[in-house]
Design a protein around this ligand. Structure first.
Ligand code: THU
Length: 136
């Protein structure tokens, strides 16, 4: 695992790249795959508000594109003071690709670190095993 303070610095350096003209809240995220590789994302808002993309969703999309579907860890940082945690929709998106014990680390602007497992953030999350839920 890369050092948490290095990842925090990398996420802070990405915050200006977020496209957040509507909320003004810049968010950067990284997801760590089974091989330890990090995939980054920022939030990308849209004038049609619901079309906006969270930083976590953007990072997950990069990971899946790179062939990674077993996430060990998710990191998130924002331009707000203190720690932020993924929204409900992103908790479900993380849950979809969470490896056993997958944890979310929130990295604050003053070096604060919070950690929770995805199971803590989304108890009793919905999951379909491959093949389940398909129409006969
Ligand atoms: N946002 C994220 O990208 N990740 C989070 O964990 C929380 C919220 C974004 C969505 C929106 O662009 C802005 O932050 C304000 O909600």
């Amino acid at each position: 695992m890369t050092d948490t303070s290095e990842i925090a610095a990398r996420l802070r350096s990405l915050l200006p790249n977020a496209h957040a003209p509507y909320s003004g809240v810049h968010v950067a995220a990284a997801v760590e795959g089974a091989d330890g590789r990090l995939h980054y994302g920022v939030n990308v808002e849209n004038a049609a508000y619901p079309q906006g993309l969270c930083a976590e969703a953007s990072a997950i999309s990069g990971a899946v594109t790179a062939g990674e579907k077993a996430l060990k860890r998710v990191y998130v940082a924002s331009s707000l003071p203190g720690l932020i945690w993924p929204c409900g929709g992103c908790r479900q998106k993380i849950f979809e690709f969470a490896a056993d014990g997958c944890e979310v680390m929130s990295l604050g602007p003053d070096g604060e670190v919070g950690r929770r497992t995805i199971e803590q953030l989304l108890p009793l999350g919905f999951r379909l095993e491959p093949g389940e839920g398909r129409r006969a």
